[in-house]
Design a protein around this ligand. Structure first.
Ligand code: PEP
Length: 244
């Protein structure tokens, strides 16, 4: 169960979140819990979560290990900060910061090279779904963004299916729509990496997951977890998602 805080929460707000959140999930051993704060709150989050099962991730990284890239942060730096995971190719990065399947693949490889687990995000826009292109979009994103990874690398990633029309909109994919998309992604994984790898890959659903819709989504065997934006900002609502 992963939370993406986007550009929300200062260090003080991060500390306050963990103070309330950690006791609420102390007994939760059925799933891994990941929180991705903004870079500048990572140190506070890592310190607050130390000694617990909660893992901390970054929301982005650069594909080079170092260099003249003002404003950027590299995979070794993310790892050094205490993160175990990093989001790659979130639709907001694709939409507002020009990320492409090629940069997604480069960033995923950089993350893996530094020992991080990339959570690689894919998903179709509304007009693509409406014109029946969902599977084609997912196929292209998989083949160009994920497919160049080696089988060994593929074994160390997580995938998040996030239909763009459901992110931050309150519109949630139905459990059947999400499961269909997950099946399409798994079919790509099977074709490229084989049956065992496809069965083993964990695919999270993201897009307006809330305490009142999480059960229906998680009841789908195809859905292995959730990537949560808005509802991860409140300790009580994210704890109720973890404890679904
Ligand atoms: C996200 O940011 O990845 C996301 C799914 O946001 P929300 O849950 O707010 O739709």
């Amino acid at each position: 169960m992963a939370g993406n805080w986007k550009m929300f929460k200062t260090s003080a707000e991060t500390a306050a979140f963990f103070e309330k959140f950690l006791p609420l999930v102390a007994a939760a051993e059925h799933c891994e819990v990941l929180i991705c704060p903004p870079y500048l709150s990572v140190a506070t989050a890592v310190q607050a979560a130390s000694g617990t099962r909660v893992r901390i991730g970054a929301q982005n990284l650069h594909w080079k290990n170092e260099g003249a890239f003002t404003g950027e942060v590299s995979a070794p730096m993310v790892r050094d900060s205490g993160c175990t995971h990093v989001l790659v190719g979130h639709s907001e990065r694709r939409q507002f910061f020009g990320e492409t399947d090629k940069s997604v693949n480069d960033k995923a490889a950089a993350a893996l090279g530094a020992g991080l687990t990339p959570v690689i995000c894919v998903g179709e826009r509304l007009e693509q779904r409406q014109s029946g292109e969902t599977e084609a979009v997912l196929t292209e994103q998989f083949q160009n963004g994920i497919g160049p990874l080696s089988p060994e690398q593929f074994g160390r990633i997580l995938i998040a299916y996030e239909p763009v029309w459901a992110i931050g909109t309150g519109l949630v994919a139905t459990p059947d729509q999400a499961a269909d998309a997950h099946r399409a992604i798994r079919a790509q994984a099977r074709a490229r990496y084989g049956e065992a790898a496809a069965a083993g890959i964990r695919i999270l659903y993201g897009g307006s997951v809330k305490p009142d819709n999480v059960k229906g989504l998680m009841a789908q065997p195809e859905i292995d977890g959730a990537l949560v934006g808005g509802a991860s900002l409140d300790p009580f609502s994210f704890a109720s998602l973890v404890n679904f």
